[in-house]
Design a protein. Structure first.
Length: 297
């Protein structure tokens, strides 16, 4: 099959925002671009050396997703050359696997002319990823609050979150499975109720762009932060500095190991510079939410 080339651009994402565990995702202004061309065999190349250890054939997650979607719809996918450029830190809590899955879904949608709806794409991504938070934000952009039980999907899409963002990125990678292994099998009813309440208020505040309330709720999580925060150097000192500087709130980005800080819009560069000076162990990145999800150029 010979076809015209095209590109798919997908944003990074952060998940949870504290108590929105496995249900809240926010697209970030960091992007992966996949340039797609026909090829005699599957080949995936990355311009960023950070990705060098990732599979470069049909075992690559982008390629596997294309193949899986094609099989589901009874199609035979063409073999492709995928040239990838990305400024998304790998394995640092920015949904890099969800970004790859979102790219694969859209590539399959294009080359196989599936005409998938947004809901169908989110469902496909959630089934492959196992949860909807990162992949829904990567596909749709903005903020997405989702419910996924493995068989059905419901979500609310907030298209234009208005907030400045600083992410503090440590040098080490933390595999998601290692981070998940720290979580308890059970949570007492009182703790679960309290954390669920903070997640409900956070979701309502997201819908009206009330980031002062979101920031407070981000720091009331009991689903995962208490069991993971010991992995983060200077966690409490960073949180205290964020309060002193006037940030809305700080939380773990996804499963970690990066930290997500919500700040007044337009102040993200100022906050990033100050936190970089105070906590040089971390790389400090200033960004904003991405209003665009996965797009084709």
């Amino acid at each position: 099959m010979n076809m015209p080339g095209f590109s798919v651009v997908v944003p990074a994402s952060t998940a949870n925002l504290g108590p929105g565990f496995d249900s809240v995702g926010l697209a970030l202004g960091l992007y992966m671009t996949v340039n797609v061309r026909s090829n005699s065999s599957w080949k995936v190349s990355y311009s960023n050396e950070e990705y060098n250890e990732i599979a470069n054939d049909e075992q690559n997650l982008i390629a596997k997703t294309v193949i899986a979607v094609a099989e589901k719809y009874g199609k035979q996918p063409p073999t492709l050359l995928l040239s990838v450029e990305s400024n998304i830190p790998l394995g640092k809590g920015f949904g890099s696997s969800a970004t790859a899955i979102a790219a694969g879904i859209e590539i399959a949608n294009q080359v196989l002319e599936l005409r998938l709806s947004d809901r169908e794409k989110v469902m496909e991504g959630s089934q492959i990823e196992g949860h909807a938070d990162n992949v829904s934000a990567a596909l749709l952009g903005g903020a997405v609050i989702s419910y996924f039980d493995g068989e059905s999907i419901d979500y609310i899409h907030i298209e234009k979150p208005s907030v400045g963002i600083v992410v503090l990125v440590p040098p080490e990678v933390l595999p998601t499975e290692d981070s998940r292994s720290l979580l308890p099998d059970k949570l007492c009813h009182k703790e679960a109720t309290r954390s669920s309440a903070s997640g409900c208020v956070l979701s309502a505040a997201l819908a009206i762009n009330d980031w002062k309330t979101i920031g407070r709720m981000m720091e009331k999580d009991r689903f995962h932060e208490p069991y993971r925060k010991h992995l983060f150097p200077s966690f409490e000192a960073i949180r205290q500095s964020c309060k002193e500087l006037g940030a809305y709130g700080m939380t773990i980005s996804g499963a970690g190991p990066s930290l997500f800080i919500a700040v007044p819009i337009g102040k993200e560069d100022e906050f990033a510079d100050e936190l970089a000076m105070r906590f040089p162990f971390y790389r400090s990145i200033a960004t904003q939410p991405s209003e665009t999800g996965t797009i084709v150029n």
